[in-house]
Ligand binder design. Sequence first.
Ligand code: NDP
Ligand code: GDR
Length: 372
Amino acid sequence: MTPKTALITGITGQDGAYLAELLLAKGYRVHGIKRRASSFNTDRIDHLYQDPHEADRRLVLHYGDLTDSSNLARIVGQVRPDEVYNLGAMSHVAVSFETPEYTADTDAMGTLRLLEAIRQHGLEKTCRFYQASTSELYGQVQEVPQRETTPFYPRSPYAVAKLFAYWITVNYREAYGMYACNGILFNHESPRRGETFVTRKITRALSRIALGLQDCLYLGNLSALRDWGHARDYVEMQWLMLQQDRPEDFVIATGVQHSVRQFVEMAAAELGIALTWVGEGIDEAGVVASTSRSDLKVSEGDVIVRVDPRYFRPTEVETLLGDPSRAKEKLGWAPRVGLPELVREMVLTDYQIARRDAMVKLAGFPAYEYQE
Ligand code: NDP
Ligand code: GDR
């Protein structure tokens, strides 16, 4: 049987890397679109890299961008994929308030450009299309928990752009009979998560604080509630959604909710740091930390977490909780990893990275300091 060919936009991102691994393991030929950057930006997929001079490569990267329709059309025409996974996006909600027009161009128009490229090459009846939709569509929530039928109320330029992408995917399904579907994914994290999303920011910073590389972690809204799952689990569902008899949209979530504050506590506990919260209010919240572990440097009485209003969003999504019943029933899908294991895996990885940085510093070399 001829192996299937997949095209992934956003292959250099968290989900793209896990999905590429999964598809390669299933025998697919995988093509990915990467952006030109002034530095290497393929860290997450370097372990999958195959030299361009190798014959019969199964992973091929193409330079491209979702803002460039001729580029997308050319790649789709060359690759003639059986499946397209549109994971590429300006995916940071807070940053979308800073770059709203670019976000709309990439996340909304980019999706349309990709769908049109498929149609332009006459592939609309053969190529299956997955759109990375998001729980951010629910924004100001209208129903708890959120399911496929819950009305949308987006609260950021990112979410509004993704709303267009959601509906244009539905429209191409209805107008042209395309196998096109939306995965409405709730937050999913991993050691590969970008460093400025709150979970990774927390596990990275607390690990660095524990090793004396950083003094304090500054956060925004500690009360925000999210339904956090593991990215590796969620990409499996992205693939499953394209293997059904007919295209449908699915909510993917764990059905369990925690606050940002609880995430901080869980990560600190993994590191052996005891926290005493001092102040509940938005501006006074802080954390006094102490540790029972002699190998950690945090000392009793250190304030290691503070709230900084610069991380508040002009309009916030306070609470998200998904109902994955439909995915469980129809796709036979259930998340395997719960939050405690996820936090443990992220802390373990970030602690190793921080240890390496501490050794580099000890040897007199400049250590990586960047925080946001
Ligand atoms: P990441 O931010 O880790 O990855 C985004 C990817 O998109 C990167 O490969 C990035 O490239 C690429 N990209 C950004 N802008 C463009 C552009 N203009 N043209 C082409 N590619 C571009 O996101 P995740 O992997 O976490 O998420 C994958 C998708 O799922 C995104 O669409 C996101 O919005 C959506 N989503 C994510 C959820 C989550 O919790 N992770 C939940 C719900 C939806 P580069 O590496 O060069 O920056
Ligand atoms: P989110 O993820 O906005 O849900 O979007 P993020 O981790 O950025 O924020 C989650 C919640 O934590 C609060 N928060 C902070 N967030 C960040 N980034 N930095 C902070 O310092 C901080 N302090 C508190 C936020 O206000 C928010 O309430 C993610 C992205 O992956 C989207 O692409 C995806 O669509 C959604 O998840 C589902």
